[in-house]
Design a protein around this ligand. Structure first.
Ligand code: CP
Ligand code: NVA
Length: 309
């Protein structure tokens, strides 16, 4: 049994194995419908319990399909309906019940410590479905999308992030260190990665550059990533923050500094950080990116269940 909490704690060998498995599974079910089950139904009889303390569309749907396609099933709990949310039951006791009734637990939370607490008391795998500090299932899936489209290992590509220093970027930073790819981060000075992240970057002798001029960050990029300037639960002066990001908006001019065949990726949902004509252009691969989460999360589930071949 394995947990999937943060990319930085998972051996690169395992991350690569997940990607290889996802590629194979995606190819093998080209002609199948969404609810058709993969040959061998490797997670037959298994129940994934998921809980979202924050909104979700893609993560919810993609985990639902992921476990279904492996022969298992999912149950989504509403946090406001559990005793836990009102302080009426401890994480320890909740975790015991989840472990007895289910086979894996996926949690999207507004509190990183909660993932650690659940991990302590669960005897089934726990998956991080987004926390304030990371979004590992998203980024592993995005690496899959990049390699699928570019037909090259990500380590040979120039990856750019233009946007806020948030959970998604933190996971992209961890991925850059693990997979050894060049990552240029374009953000306003006030919104650079946290001290903790900068320490992590420096102590890993990485290929990461933090730039405060969006054109410099976009220069020579094979892929430009962005995300909302204001994340869920981001308690900031929104107008002030949005103003600071005005010149970091992804538009045709900014894309022109990247390579001709540069693609645009965004985990979604979007805000105003990208112009409509880029978001809806051929360069934008956001729908393919969203769908690939099903494929990669299937292999993440198999990894957690110790069933990755
Ligand atoms: N990208 C992503 O995690 O989307 P949801 O918030 O809709 O799950
Ligand atoms: N950074 C965003 C990602 C949403 C999928 C947020 O945390 O709201």
């Amino acid at each position: 049994m394995k947990n999937f909490l943060n990319l930085k704690d998972i051996p690169i060998r395992d991350l690569k194995k997940i990607l290889v498995d996802a590629k194979r599974r995606k190819r093998l079910r080209k002609k199948l419908n969404n609810l058709d089950i993969d040959k061998g139904a490797p997670l037959k009889g298994k129940l994934l319990i998921q809980m979202f303390e924050k909104s979700s569309l893609r993560t919810r749907l993609s985990f639902y399909l992921a476990i279904k396609q492996l022969g298992g099933s999912t149950l989504t709990l509403r946090p406001d309906e559990l005793h836990l949310s009102k302080g009426g039951e401890s994480i320890q006791d909740t975790a015991k019940i989840l472990s007895n009734f289910g086979n894996a637990f996926m949690l999207r939370t507004a509190n990183d410590k909660k993932l650690e607490e659940f991990k302590k008391y669960l005897s089934i795998p726990i998956i991080n479905g987004l926390s304030p500090s990371s979004h590992p299932t998203q980024i592993l899936s995005d690496i899959f999308t990049v390699e699928e489209i570019k037909k090259k290992p990500i380590s040979s590509l120039n990856i750019t992030w233009i946007g806020d220093s948030n959970n998604v970027l933190n996971s992209l930073i961890a991925a850059s260190i693990k997979f050894s790819f060049k990552l240029s981060i374009g953000c306003p000075t006030e919104y650079k990665p946290s001290k903790k992240m900068i320490k992590y970057i420096r102590s890993n002798n990485s290929k990461i550059h933090i730039l405060h001029d969006p054109k410099k960050a976009a220069k020579g990029a094979d892929v430009i990533f962005s995300d909302k300037v204001i994340s869920m639960n981001d308690k900031v002066n929104k107008l002030k923050k949005l103003n600071k990001f005005k010149k970091f908006k992804i538009n045709e001019k900014l894309m022109s500094f990247a390579k001709k065949d540069c693609i645009f990726l965004h985990c979604l949902p979007r805000g105003k950080e990208v112009e409509e004509n880029i978001f809806l252009s051929k360069k934008s691969k956001v729908w393919q990116q969203a769908l690939n989460r099903v494929h990669v999360q299937k292999s993440i589930l198999l990894y957690c269940f110790g069933k990755l071949r």
